[in-house]
Design a protein around this ligand. Structure first.
Ligand SMILES: Nc1ncnc2c1ncn2[C@@H]1O[C@H](COP(=O)(O)OP(=O)(O)OP(=O)(O)O)[C@@H](O)[C@H]1O
Ligand SMILES: [Mg+2]
Length: 361
């Protein structure tokens, strides 16, 4: 394989990067005890292979804020783990900051700041400041320089006044900020951020997104951000790759991706109380459309569900769909025609949903 095209234009390039996992079936403790012997015999048959990454080829430009958008189990974390040398790929490779992830692991690690699994990788019994000082010492930073850097990062994360509290007393969002600060200690040129806003409330999500944008705009970092929040990818990223079942299905800037869904190809009905068989029912009434899908909202919290009619002659079926829903006592709260989101593009391309009714803070 020839990697010589790396002339500094790209900070990350993957070449047919492939990772498989062999999963063994677990039957729970009682099933296990009963069937232990039989199971041992059948172990080879009951194991199955998951292709978490299937010949991934992406190129991330230096200074680019690149989003990897995909549903649960798509392969996002596996890609981040391969790029950061935590996992060894089965096939193919990647070049990070000019270094091969298979052969130059320490150089790759030195080039990267990694936020993965968020706060779980910090020491909860230590204060925020001590956590950062400890990790700075692992980078063999001189103490004075480390102190200065830690104070700078605490300030950047707006946590200077809480720096002497133990992380066990921090909120999830505060710990995530410390995880990001830790990834920046050695001032790496590349950041890999795996779902940095997962589970955070809207205020913290917004602050962290602001920090990420600033790291890209002001500090020129190359950032690979994984997310399954479409709005996050849309707002933040210069370019987005859609990943599904270990395969990259599209790469482009958000506007160009959205432009692939024509105005007549999208109808979105926001509603409460849709029946469970609504997708099948509408599909039988709306011939010629590609996909009808229901994205459940958390209706108990007042967030409506969404029925999306995508592809073909979607627009022609508005009145049929609304009549049918009314007959089923569905409360319709709004109708959106021809304004696609990244999720609509993703659904059109893959038939899969990104997430069910999750907050998009
Ligand atoms: N250590 C492992 N052993 C076995 N299978 C694994 C392992 N890690 C990941 N997988 C499988 O590989 C696939 C991709 O997982 P991965 O964690 O990369 O997805 P993801 O896109 O990060 O999902 P999520 O949004 O839920 O974090 C999944 O089917 C997962 O079950
Ligand atoms: Mg993941």
């Amino acid at each position: 394989m020839d990697y010589t095209e790396d002339d500094g234009t790209y900070s990350i390039q993957t070449f047919d990067l492939t990772k498989r996992f062999t999963k063994k079936k677990h039957r729970g403790i009682f099933g296990f005890l009963r069937k232990e012997r039989k199971q041992r015999k059948q172990q080879s048959e009951s194991s199955r292979v998951t292709v978490a990454l299937d010949h991934i080829n992406i190129k991330i430009r230096s200074g680019e804020l690149f989003g990897l958008l995909g549903p649960n189990g798509a392969g996002k974390t596996t890609l981040v783990k391969c790029l950061s040398t935590i996992l060894i790929p089965d096939k193919g490779t990647a070049v990070v900051n000019g270094f091969d992830i298979r052969k130059q692991t320490s150089m790759v690690r030195a080039s990267l700041g990694l936020v993965i699994g968020g706060e779980r990788t910090l020491y909860w019994k230590l204060t925020a400041r001590d956590n950062l000082m400890y990790f700075a010492s692992l980078y063999k930073m001189p103490r004075n320089q480390a102190k200065e850097r830690v104070e700078e990062l605490l300030e950047k994360m707006q946590l200077s006044d809480r720096a002497d509290e133990r992380l066990e007393d921090y909120s999830t969002g505060m710990r995530q900020k410390i995880a990001i600060a830790r990834s920046l200690l050695h001032d790496p040129s590349i950041l890999l951020l795996d779902e940095p806003t997962l589970g955070l409330d809207p205020t913290f999500s917004k602050q962290i997104r602001g920090q990420i944008r600033e790291l890209s705009d002001k500090h020129g970092k190359t950032i690979l951000l994984t997310t399954h929040y479409m709005d996050e990818a849309d707002q933040l990223c210069d370019r987005v790759a859609f990943i599904n079942d270990g395969k990259v299905v599209a790469v482009d800037d958000p506007d160009s991706l959205k432009a692939t869904v024509k105005e007549t190809e999208l109808v979105e009905i926001t509603c409460f109380n849709p029946p469970l068989d609504v997708e099948r029912h509408l599909k039988s009434l709306c011939p010629g459309v590609d996909i009808i899908t229901l994205v459940h909202g958390d209706e108990t919290k007042g967030n409506p569900s969404k029925i999306k009619i995508i592809g073909g002659n979607a627009e022609e079926h508005i009145s049929t769909a609304i009549d049918a829903l009314r007959k089923k006592n569905v409360r319709i709260s709004s109708l959106n025609v021809g304004v696609p989101t990244l999720e609509d593009v993703f659904i059109k391309l893959t038939g899969a949903k990104l997430a069910e009714g999750e907050g998009r803070g």
